[in-house]
Design a protein around this ligand. Structure first.
Ligand code: FE2
Length: 509
């Protein structure tokens, strides 16, 4: 049946029954609607979110679905053959949320694998696997997880996910730029569905669908629970009233495609994204939203060097140092301070989309800073550092992304004493987005002014793998040999060791 016939049948069905759900239960699906895959995420010790979206024509704005609500069956089992089903139910996929489904399950066993799938008449999704976190009062021996960010479809394959699946992590934290609004000026290796940046909710849905049809990304979502946050390319940064409608559209479409909780309603301009991830008393991770509530980044109105790092490195005017200036917004900052100070875990971790520790660029006789992250919110950074320091328990670690390159940074070595922060930061490179010479070279040129950066690799795409025990933290920078090879091998660029209670880190190998 063609799409038109599909639609007409659904609409005719609607007119024959006053009850929408009973009507659409009779919906026939000539083609499989699970083209965007399935996912799990926001796992806790007793809870998980299961996700899918019905889209027989994924690159159509409506996904090829008629404008009616339809039921979707789901089941959860203890084994991959789905023979020991422990839960099953029905969710309603509505056109208002692009026929996406978020099933929030509570009352699950801690530290346990589950398998799940969705179905509609005549079609089932592939099977997914997920895993709950260890019990909140337990003492897990170890946790293995990944931080990753920045997947530009046009720059390469998402082959990094093949390696992440082989690593068998407990979960993946995606630090943002899950999709790109534009390809930013390289010869497009793979094409977006359009070269125009998304503006409407229909545009954002099509862009998400473009990414979600990637099979390597789908397989990772099928196998591993994700935690996700938003960075600048997959949402609209800064609190600009002229862009509220666009930002609301971006958030809505993002929710419709992510296994997350917390979205209130279509059209809402705010979305509570920050969350705490806890694995027993071994590790607590505060996952941040660095874009939604921050004071404007264009504070100084100066862009003297548009040719230097595409204008992203700028001189700081005095207003940047304003004590009230916030990157997180008041509410999120209050939550973060409380979470850090009250931590009871061995490792007290912040996962931030953008880099936290300072980096000074000397250029044309001036000192410049990167305007994309914490370097233009020094007072807020200081307050966070103080909260980390005042926590009675917990070795602090910062994890971030955004800058498409691998960094390992020891904050004790920052030259300017008032900016010295005794924490370690590991920055993940990008899954596929490139780090052009324009942005990479200023960093390389300024490494001598920034002895805190003990490792920097601008050339490789990849991710960070973290192995955490009660006494040691090991981070491995896993790099792809070539993201334009769909089967690219991976190599370990470097491994770093942090010992509990000892400042700094050492490089292994
Ligand atoms: Fe990025």
């Amino acid at each position: 049946m063609n799409r038109r016939g599909f639609l007409i049948r659904a609409i005719l069905g609607l007119s024959s029954s006053p009850i929408m759900t009973s009507l659409s239960s009779a919906m026939e699906y000539p083609r499989c609607p699970f083209t965007l895959g399935i996912a799990s995420g926001d796992v806790m010790d007793d809870s998980v979110v299961l996700w899918t979206r019905l889209a027989p024509d994924p690159l159509e704005a409506d996904g090829g679905m008629p404008p009616v609500s339809v039921p979707v069956q789901w089941e959860l089992a203890l084994d991959p053959k789905m023979s020991r089903t422990v839960r099953r139910g029905e969710a309603i996929a509505t056109p208002a949320l692009a026929h996406s489904v978020h099933v929030e399950l509570d009352g699950l066993e801690p530290d346990r694998e589950y398998w799940y799938r969705f179905s509609v008449p005549s079609h089932s999704s592939r099977m997914g696997r997920t895993k709950t976190l260890p019990h909140r009062n337990s003492r897990p021996d170890s946790i293995r997880f990944i931080t990753a960010s920045c997947q530009n479809y046009t720059h390469g394959y998402f082959v990094a996910y093949e390696h992440m699946i082989r690593d068998k992590p407990d979960f993946i934290i995606h630090l943002g730029d899950y999709f790109y609004d534009t390809s930013f000026g390289v010869d497009d290796f793979r094409k977006h569905e359009t070269e125009k940046a998304p503006v409407t909710v229909a545009d954002f849905r099509r862009r998400h669908a473009r990414y979600k049809t990637d099979q390597q990304l789908q397989r990772a979502h099928e196998q591993i629970p994700f935690f996700t946050t938003i960075d600048n390319h997959d949402a609209i940064e800064d609190d600009d009233p002229d862009k509220y409608a666009q930002r609301a559209a971006a958030y809505q479409a993002w929710y419709e495609h992510m296994p997350v909780r917390g979205y209130k309603a279509p059209g809402d301009n705010h979305f509570e994204l920050h969350r705490k991830i806890s694995a027993g008393d071994l590790i607590q991770i505060s996952l941040l939203d660095g874009r939604q509530f921050r004071d404007a980044k264009e504070i100084c109105n100066n862009n003297d060097y548009p040719d230097y790092g595409f204008g992203n490195y700028r001189e700081r005017c005095t207003a940047v140092f304003d004590e009230d200036r916030s990157m997180l917004g008041k509410e999120q900052e209050r939550w973060l301070t409380e979470t850090l100070v009250q931590n009871k875990s061995t490792w007290n971790v912040i996962a931030s989309p953008g880099p936290y520790l300072p980096f000074r660029y000397h250029h044309d006789g001036k000192e410049l800073r990167y305007i994309g992250a914490w370097d233009i919110y020094p007072a807020n950074r200081k307050r966070v550092a103080e909260a980390l320091e005042s926590a009675e328990i917990g070795h602090p670690i910062i994890l971030s992304g955004d800058v498409h390159s691998f960094w390992a940074v020891d904050g004790r070595l920052v030259e300017e004493s008032n900016e010295r922060i005794p924490v370690v930061e590991f920055v993940a490179s990008s899954i596929s987005a490139n780090w052009p010479e324009q942005l990479a070279k200023p960093v390389t040129d300024n490494l001598p002014h920034n002895p805190q950066v003990k490792f920097y690799d601008p050339d490789r795409r990849g991710y960070l793998l973290h192995d955490v025990t009660d006494t040691e933290w090991k981070t491995t920078a896993r790099a792809m040999k070539d993201v334009r090879d769909e089967q690219s091998p991976a190599l370990d660029l470097a491994r770093f060791l942090v010992r509990k209670g000892e400042e700094g880190f050492t490089r292994l190998d």
